[in-house]
Design a protein around this ligand. Sequence first.
Ligand code: GLU
Length: 306
Amino acid sequence: MASHHQQPHSPRYRGRFAPSPTGPLHFGSLVTAVGSLLEARRHQGSWTLRIDDIDPPREAPGATDAILRTLERFGFQWDGPVVYQSRRLDLYSEALDRLRRSAYAYGCACTRREIANVAVNGPNGLIYPGTCRQGLPPGRRTRAWRVRCDNTSIRFHDRFQGPMDTLLAETIGDFVVRRADGHFAYHLAAAVDDGSDGITHLVRGCDLLWCTPPQRYLQQLLGLPVPECGHLPIVVNRAGQKLSKQNHAPPLDIKQPEVQVWDALAALRQQPPAALRRGSLDMLWAWAMEHWQPDAVYGLASTATP
Ligand code: GLU
């Protein structure tokens, strides 16, 4: 196998890739996975695979297996066992209990429509107006659990997007940690997992850039380590839309992994040699491990499909 699989791991860098099994991986997921793995290996770091399966209503049957098979076929090798969020509900539940005990989490009775009637939009969607912050209105019951944000400012330097500094209350608002349907929210699960797994570097798509402030905030509240982060450009189609299942991004074609890994490297501005586009996958990975230049995507928020 390719030489990149034999590098020693330093505990100083622990990276991860965390797809949701809502459908097959597409080219946008591949770009994120490639960038995240290369950045981890450049630091002789470890790279784990986590399946974010805590949202059953959005999951597609068989998607987890398809994701694992596709990643293997594309030559990805992750360290240690695959982590499944669905097996960690105790951890999330315990985190929510702690937030409740410290009075950071509060019950919220509002329906989506009630919020939409009065709230303004922020980068992560509607900014909760704080209706239930001081307690539930009479006769109402808790539907979801939210975390209060106060005037906390969250500041970090993103490896690819540069400096970020935001006032949580203004841009995000009190956000949901347990949803009205009883499922734990992505922010809570991701913050708890990244923190308790000792992930030191988050590398993911730029569409999640605004998820970082609330997740860092949760890690601070829970006393968990807060990883460095880097948000890679998202892949957009010819109409400028992010590739996603909603706009019918085609699944990765497992018959031509080398072509698509090559295209992913090109989308990440790596200039792989033309001859490797239809060569051996191992050689392409070896080239990528040796030549990965993270600075090539600095400041880039999106990149086009080939
Ligand atoms: N599982 C989520 C996704 O695929 C987020 C993963 C992350 O935090 O990197 O969009």
